[in-house]
Design a protein around this ligand. Structure first.
Ligand code: K7E
Ligand code: CUA
Length: 622
């Protein structure tokens, strides 16, 4: 069924329910056509599937959550920066090595890979603000494949993950500044002189998505905030806002709000790439770095409203919208004018040799959107949607060109406002950061839910609300509760990707994989014991492992199933160990048999009628 007929059918079912007299308050107007009721628009009947993926960040849980739209149902968790026993992530050798010494991450902004300015469905990149890392999830199997970092010279990788038009780079800017290279001590009193921020271009291998540090650009110690990449006329450029142009080191609440404006960075990333090729960088912390005060053409500063958060490029690539939390406006800049000013060298001054552009002459207009504007998204039909943190609302407004009359009073281009619950941070429209937004749904990601749910005690969830943006007025459709903390999200059309559900046996190149009982083995070399084990409904082979206390044990576990949804786990009692193997997958675990005794192991994924019988013993002789 096409989505339309599916919704219509669902609507028909709902209509029947809604028309039951008991469900309708006395005196209410006849129910609007059920097909257009909010419930019908989000109803995905049992057995039916959602139209879109919503990939939202799990904040300081370190994970990505996957929900379906329009149902808002949570479908999967993709562990990235923290252990996750549900999928055995962080227990096997490969994922343990990826996690390294860290047990958590603070994920903020997922970014989908792009080809020609459109989502290509290959990878999802995510950042870790706490431990300065960026990770790549492969959408072929929804698994984390790489964690890059801690990135050299980079502290607080909040201003990422912004993907360029053809996934040449994932761009990253630092929230914090530190003395460089990292590990060097300097008195925080000497912040302005000794501390620096950084913009990094992480190169993406076009074949397999592998990330590496391509180049870095040294910046003054401003606190870089959100950013976006260019397209069309702004192709090859990227933008970030910042706070703390005062370069204060303490009590930022007061000390970083003294001046009238902060700076946005306008970065020509193609010029940065070229400068490195031309040998204009210096190697710092092992990676090539450019000082933009000495290499002209790489970075410019544009004054923007005070304490801005988001800066978002529209789908045409011409309009750049920055919002200052402390001013009730969204400032619109015309990139074509910015480009002309740069070409004509129309600068009002410089900061550490980095040219400053003129706010007044480049501003297209300050749109009075409301209180506490943070982020802006686009529907591809000329409209912009800005989240209002203080006002707990989303404002819909129209991008330029504006008539002379509208220019006189830009209230005229503010078209609609809808309340959200409560204190919205990010908002997302599918494809807003591409050339072709889907323009059907907007998800408001609210920071507080304040008891709009049955009580769960003091630790309350966040709330996310689904808003219909197909009409002239926005329509509230549904609300879902999410764990801390969905900072940002990406929406992808479900039919854009076809993930695999079984790892084909032919693609398993692990030399320790075993596919039948006669290939399994237990081999001892000195005090090292290597077990090649297979899991199949409903047994482990071998199911008894005899070792001596102090032995180092390596288990290569292969799930020989080639059937979808047939997972097995291996949990070892009192050994803090659990791995899960998907069909056709081999994973390796390594541990020391420190304690004498007999320890049962068992399958942790309910796999069959005899799942409970899927168990064995690790026998450790003293
Ligand atoms: Cu929560 Cu983008 Cu990190 Cu805004 S951030 S609200
Ligand atoms: Cu295998 Cu349960």
């Amino acid at each position: 069924m096409t989505p339309r007929t599916r919704l219509f059918t669902a609507g028909g079912l709902l209509a029947a329910a809604l028309l039951t007299p008991a469900c309708r308050p006395p005196g209410s107007r006849a129910a609007a056509s059920a097909a257009t009721s909010p419930a019908a628009k989000t109803y995905v009947a049992p057995g039916e599937k959602d139209q879109y993926y919503l990939f939202y960040s799990g904040g300081h849980s370190g994970q990505v959550y996957v929900a379906g739209l329009p149902s808002m149902r949570h479908i999967a968790t993709i562990p990235v920066f923290a252990r996750y026993p549900a999928t055995g992530y962080g227990y096997d050798e490969e994922s343990r090595q990826m996690l390294g010494e860290f047990t958590w991450g603070d994920m903020h902004h997922p970014g989908l890979s792009q080809t020609d300015g459109r989502y290509d469905g290959r990878w999802l990149f995510v950042n870790d603000n706490a431990n300065n890392r960026v990770a790549r999830i492969d959408l072929r199997d929804f698994k984390t494949k790489q964690i890059l970092g801690p990135i050299p010279n980079s502290s607080g990788t909040h201003g990422s993950s912004f993907v360029t038009e053809n996934s040449e780079y994932v761009l990253v800017a630092t929230r914090f500044s530190v003395p460089l290279p990292k590990g060097r001590y300097a008195d925080p009193q000497r912040y302005e002189a000794e501390f620096n921020g950084m913009v990094s271009g992480l190169a993406v291998d076009p074949k397999n998505g592998t990330l590496s540090v391509g180049w870095q650009i040294l910046t003054p110690p401003f606190n870089w905030d959100l950013g976006s990449t260019g397209k069309g006329p702004s192709s090859g450029w990227a933008f970030w806002t910042s706070y703390n142009s005062e370069m204060a080191a303490t009590n930022l609440e007061a000390n970083a709000t003294r001046l009238d404006r902060d700076y946005a960075a306008i970065v020509n990333w193609r010029a940065a790439e070229q400068a490195i090729k031309d040998g204009k960088g210096t190697i710092t912390g092992g990676v090539p770095m450019i000082d933009p005060g000495k290499v002209p053409g790489v970075m410019y500063f544009l004054p923007v409203p005070k304490s801005p958060h988001g800066i978002d490029t529209d789908p045409s690539g011409r309009w750049i919208v920055a919002s200052g939390k402390l001013q009730p406006v969204a400032s619109v800049f015309d990139f074509e004018k910015i480009r002309q000013a740069i070409d004509r060298k129309e600068f009002t001054g410089n900061v550490r040799g980095i040219p400053v552009l003129s706010y007044e002459s480049l501003l297209e207009g300050d749109v009075p959107v409301g209180l506490g504007p943070l982020h802006t998204q686009y529907d591809g039909k000329g409209n912009a949607y800005t989240s209002l943190f203080v006002e707990s609302a989303v404002a819909k407004w129209r991008l330029p060109p504006w008539s002379p009359e509208e220019r006189k009073d830009l209230n005229k281009v503010v078209l609609d406002k809808i309340p959200v619950h409560y204190n919205i941070g990010h908002l997302v429209i599918g494809g807003s950061d591409t050339k072709e937004p889907y323009g059907q749904y907007l998800v408001a990601m609210n920071k507080l839910s304040k008891g709009r749910h049955i009580s769960v005690g003091p630790a309350q969830p966040e709330s996310s609300e689904l808003i219909d943006i197909t009409g002239s007025k926005m329509g509230m459709l549904a609300e879902a509760f999410t764990e801390p903390e969905p900072h940002f999200a990406q929406i992808l059309k479900a039919d854009r990707i076809t993930p695999i559900e079984v790892y084909p046996k032919g693609e398993n190149h692990d030399p320790n994989a075993v596919w039948s009982a006669d290939q399994t083995s237990i081999t001892r070399t000195g005090n090292k014991v290597v077990v090649k084990m297979m899991a199949i409904r409903s047994k482990f082979v071998p199911d008894t492992i005899e070792v001596r206390q102090g032995d180092e044990i390596t288990i290569h576990l292969t799930n020989v199933e080639q059937t979808t949804d047939m997972l097995h786990g291996l949990g070892i009692v009192e050994h803090d160990m659990n791995v899960v193997v998907d069909p056709g997958e081999t994973k390796t675990v390594r541990f020391k048999a420190n304690k004498p005794g007999v320890y049962p192991f068992y399958c942790t994924n309910f796999c069959s009628a005899l799942h409970q019988e899927m168990q064995g013993y690790l026998a450790v002789k003293p």
